[in-house]
Design a binder for this molecule. Structure first.
Ligand code: COA
Length: 357
């Protein structure tokens, strides 16, 4: 069995610490198939401006977002429902059936329920009967890249052959309508990927490097303190702003740009590649200005950056896999292309991956 090598915590220029896997001497890991799902209901900026004091012009100019999708509150489009659809597409594209999966990693901070996990619910919804391991992870908007990195490690260590990874969010339930700077940003959606061992010696597909980081001192930039064990939801706060997430947008903006670029450079360095070798940058879709500034810092031409924020807004853990799936479906991303995935979120968490698709 291949051994995992860890570089261990290491000081980066940005003061980020990182836990990394070295890619050499390990089996290759391939993205076998991807899928995505967005709820039916389109909510444009005009509709948002009927709820809060804002305008289509302001939102478009400041964020690049024109519309987003909201799940039906009546059911059928909850995170595990969206995940079921996206996963079935990913499995179909991989030429696999649900019982071929031996591990499910589900990234979300808007789970259907507090118990049980979304991953176990998804297992049942997919009709998986092999009792594969299933877990949720909470890394906010970096969730999918975290899940990908964990899957890569599990497969490279021999612990999994084929892992289903999902980022699925129903942020419309958590929107802070008391805060016009944050409620305009988010939407609902899901992206999924099946990753597995690549045994074909002629096939170069691989997850070449993954870098994860977290800086807990940035907690105050985005948090939702209530509803957990420290501050349970009580009758007094249920209809107050305290019940919702708070965000320091301007500060987050600056950290996001710096971090997305730093963590990307770190993943590139580990992969022993340079930006000009990358075919596609798939960044977390938080704000078009963050995406553009990150691209500029990295020196990535605009036409190589996958952007869909105008249509879907920020869907947290779902942005990266859904944008990747969209670009694959459109025929932009082709087998053999080099991809750079980069994400950033509450925590503050961040992660990047270099992939030979
Ligand atoms: N409509 C109209 N005006 C708004 C507004 C809205 N929806 N939201 C804020 N404003 C106003 C502010 O009140 C402020 O007015 P003032 O100058 O009179 O005080 C003005 O616009 C500028 O606010 P500011 O916060 O400086 O705007 P900004 O250019 O930084 O844009 C964000 C705000 C939230 C869009 C931007 O900071 C951002 O995207 N940050 C990152 C957030 C993020 O990505 N979060 C998720 C992380 S994964």
């Amino acid at each position: 069995m291949a051994r995992l090598k860890s570089e261990g915590p290491k000081k980066m220029a940005s003061t980020l610490s990182k836990h990394s896997l070295q890619p050499s001497k390990m089996p290759r890991v391939k993205i076998l198939g991807t899928g995505s799902f967005y709820p039916e209901r389109i909510v444009n900026n005009h509709e948002i401006s009927k709820k809060v004091d804002t305008s289509d012009e302001w939102i478009t100019e400041r964020t690049g977002i024109k519309q987003r999708r909201f799940s039906s509150p009546d059911g059928g489009e909850f995170p595990t429902d969206m995940a079921r659809s996206a996963s079935l597409t990913a499995l179909k594209n991989a030429g696999l059936t649900p019982n071929d999966i031996d591990l499910i990693i589900f990234a979300t901070f808007t789970p259907d329920h507090r118990l049980p996990s979304c991953a176990t619910i998804l297992q049942t919804k997919l009709g998986i009967t092999n009792q594969c391991a299933a877990l949720d992870i909470a890394a906010a908007c970096s969730g999918f890249v975290y899940a990908l990195s964990l899957a890569n490690a599990m497969i490279k260590s021999g612990a999994s052959q084929r892992t289903l990874i999902v980022g699925s969010e129903m942020l419309s339930r958590e929107l802070n309508w008391y805060d016009r700077a944050s409620c305009i940003l988010f939407g609902d959606g899901c992206g999924a990927a099946v990753v597995g061992v690549n045994n074909d010696p002629t096939d170069t597909s691989d997850i070449i490097s993954c870098t994860l980081a977290a800086d807990g001192t940035g907690r105050k930039f985005m948090e939702l303190e209530y509803g957990g064990t420290a501050y349970p939801l009580t009758a007094e706060i249920i209809d107050t702003p305290k019940r919702y997430m708070t965000m320091q947008g301007r500060e987050l903006f600056k950290v996001a740009v710096r971090t997305l670029a730093d963590i990307s450079f770190s993943a590139l360095k580990m992969a022993e590649l340079t930006v000009d070798q990358i075919d596609w940058l798939i960044p977390h879709q938080a704000n078009i200005r963050i995406i553009e500034a990150t691209g500029e810092r990295l020196g990535m031409p605009k036409e190589k950056v996958i952007v869909n924020i105008q249509e879907y807004g920020n869907t947290s853990a779902a942005t990266v896999p859904a944008a990747m799936d969209g670009a694959i479906s459109e025929g932009k991303i082709k087998r053999g292309d080099l991809l750079l995935l980069t994400a950033f979120g509450a925590g503050l968490t961040s992660g990047a991956a270099v992939i030979r698709y």
